[in-house]
Each structure stands twice: as C-alpha cells, then as structure tokens.
Design a protein around this ligand. Structure first.
Ligand code: 3HC
Length: 303
C-alpha cells in the first residue's frame, strides 16, 4: 500500500513534475511508477504511434499493480488505474514537454552520440531549475553530462526491469552533482517506492557490473557444453535462490541491450576477459532473436 499512499509525499517534494524521454520497456516503467505515486508525468516518444504503444503497456502493467494493491476492492483498483493514467501526458514535442519539468529522466537507446544530441537540446530548452538524469545501464554519466552546462543538476537514476516490480534504484553521483541534486534524487526515489543505493560513476554501477559478467559466464558455460541451458537456470534458481536463471534472465533483459553493454565495456577495457562479447549472443542479435520481447532468444516464448 505504500506506493498508493506516497501521493502525499509528492506534495511537499522538490520533484513534482517529471518528464521521461523514451517510452520503451524502461521509460514506460519509470513513467508508470512516477504517476502511480502522484507525480505529473510527461512521456516523450518520437511519434504518436510509439506514445500510444507505451501508454498501452503502462495501462496493462497498472492493472497488474492495482490487483495487488487492492485485492478485494475492484472499485479502488479501477480508481488507482484511472488516476495514475490521468497523470501521464504523452508528447512528441520536447520543448513543450520540459517547460514545467523538475526532473527529466532519459531512457532512450544506449548510444552516447544520441544521448549527447538529446541532452544538448534539453539543456537549451529546459528551465534552469530542471534536474537531468540518465537511466543508462552502462555508459558513463559524466560523459553523458559533459555536453550540458548544468552538471551540478545531473546524475544517474538507474532502474531495473520490470520497473514496477523491482524495488531498487541506483543513484549515481558524478563529481559535479550538487548535494541538493543528490538529496532530491534520493528523496524522489523514496517517494516512488524504491530503495536507493548510491554508486560512483563506474561501468555498470553495482548491479550490472556483477550481473552482466555473470550472465555472460553462464552463456559461455552453455557454449562449452558443460551443462544445458535449462540445467544452468534450474541450478541458479534452486542452488542460489535467484528468481530467474541466468539464461532466461538474459532473454528477459534483451540480447541487444546486453550485447551493447558488453561491447562498450570490451572496447574500453579490452584486457578484461569478463567483458568479451558472447558469440551466441551476437548470432541471436543478428537473427533479431532479442529475447522475450521478440518472442525468441535462447528460449521460445508465446507472444
Ligand atoms: N508490471 C506490473 N507487475 C508485474 C510486472 C509488470 N511488468 N511483471 C511482473 N509483475 C508482477 C506480477 O503481476 C506478479 O504479481 P503477484 O505477485 O501479485 O501475482 C509478480 O510481479 C510476479 O510475477 P509473475 O507471477 O508473473 O512471475 P514471477 O514470480 O516469475 O516474477 C519477475 C517475475 C518479477 C520478473 C521475477 O522473475 C524476477 O524478479 N526476475 C528477475 C528480474 C531481474 O533480475 N531484473 C533485473 C534485470 S537487470 C536490469 O534491468 C538492468 C538493465 O540495465 C540491464
């Protein structure tokens, strides 16, 4: 119930109006959790179709959350869904979408050039008070921030998939991030129902620095034929208590995402054997078998 009640927290907070750029898996989830905790959200995509797609996936997920929050009260569940949805405005127009924004969270593709282009533009059109955050999984927050003139108002806010379910938020400080910005990020993380951890701007922060090499090692184990994918997954679920095994988790994260992370790190740190891209993952990406989201990865899924 905490998530529903934190609406009142939003009333006294620094961050009330949130703009999320990118309506993919992560952006939609971020927009959703912000809206369901009482924030006014503007969700930006490149065209109206993508805005609609994001809104549809948010409404499906809101129904799942509502069922959990209001198990025996379908009226309250419907109210929760409708009110949360009403707080989200779709947009394709960046200047308009940021004009009252306290915080912009960027969740576009993992491409430094595209992020630079976006943040340069945002820096010009957003009011001086607006804080900026990137949800990047693997790029350097400092490098992304370098094109803006508000590095004191910049940091990383790294969420996990599925955003409405995963309780963690990694809050990343760069050298220039001001105490005010950091405190506002931590308070906002709490207001949206997450537990925050603080990380330095190092590759993969905490979770991905451990999780990505672990998934890659599992794929290498499978490639060597040491064990079957099903047995590797069963082993890590029952032997280490993970909710998903590493092979199914890599399908869930998406092979395009994990490959771009590993390739980026491999380029920067060519001598680290943990960062060598997997051949079978490369092949899956070439075949557009990106995992759960395309219906097939290492395993097949019913769409
Ligand atoms: N929206 C809302 N609710 C959702 C949801 C979504 N998208 N997905 C799952 N849920 C809810 C379900 O409704 C269900 O609720 P209930 O307990 O009231 O029935 C609950 O979550 C559990 O879901 P399921 O019963 O469908 O299935 P599981 O019990 O297997 O849980 C899972 C699914 C939560 C995804 C779980 O398997 C899990 O935690 N997996 C690991 C996920 C993980 O490690 N994520 C991190 C990836 S790394 C990352 O994101 C970083 C990036 O930078 C690469």
């Amino acid at each position: 119930l905490k998530r529903g009640l934190s609406t009142s927290t939003a009333m006294n907070a620094v961050i009330k109006n949130v703009t999320v750029i990118g309506g993919g898996l992560m952006g939609s989830g971020i927009a959703q959790v912000a809206a369901q905790t009482g924030h006014n959200v503007t969700l930006v995509e490149v065209n109206a179709d993508l805005v609609k797609k994001a809104e549809e996936s948010i409404s499906k997920s809101l129904v799942r959350v509502a069922k959990k929050l209001h198990k025996d009260n379908s009226e309250a569940a419907t109210k929760f869904v409708n009110e949360s949805q009403a707080r989200i405005k779709g947009s394709t127009d960046i200047p308009n979408a940021v004009k009252d924004s306290d915080l912009v969270v960027e969740a576009i593709v993992e491409n430094l050039e595209m992020k630079h282009k976006l943040f340069k533009n945002l820096d010009e059109v957003a009011p001086p008070k607006t804080m900026f955050a990137s949800n990047t999984s693997s790029l350097s927050i400092g490098e992304i921030a370098s094109v803006t003139k508000r590095k004191d108002k910049f940091g990383g806010l790294h969420f996990f998939n599925p955003v409405p379910v995963m309780k963690l938020l990694e809050v990343v400080r760069i050298a220039e991030t001001s105490d005010e910005t950091y405190q506002a990020f931590m308070a906002w993380g709490k207001a949206i129902g997450k537990t925050c951890v603080t990380c330095k701007d190092t590759p993969g922060f905490i979770v991905n620095r451990l999780l990505v090499p672990y998934m890659a090692e599992a794929v290498r184990m499978m490639e060597r034929g040491d064990a079957s994918p099903r047995d590797i997954d069963t082993a890590m679920k029952l032997g280490a208590g993970y909710p998903m095994g590493p092979i199914e988790l890599s399908d869930y994260v998406g092979h395009d995402t994990s490959l771009s992370i590993v390739e980026g790190w491999h380029k920067k740190f060519p001598d680290n054997p943990l960062f060598v891209p997997n051949e079978s993952v490369k092949k899956l990406v070439e075949q557009k078998k990106l995992g759960v989201k395309t219906g097939e990865g290492f395993y097949k899924y019913n769409k």
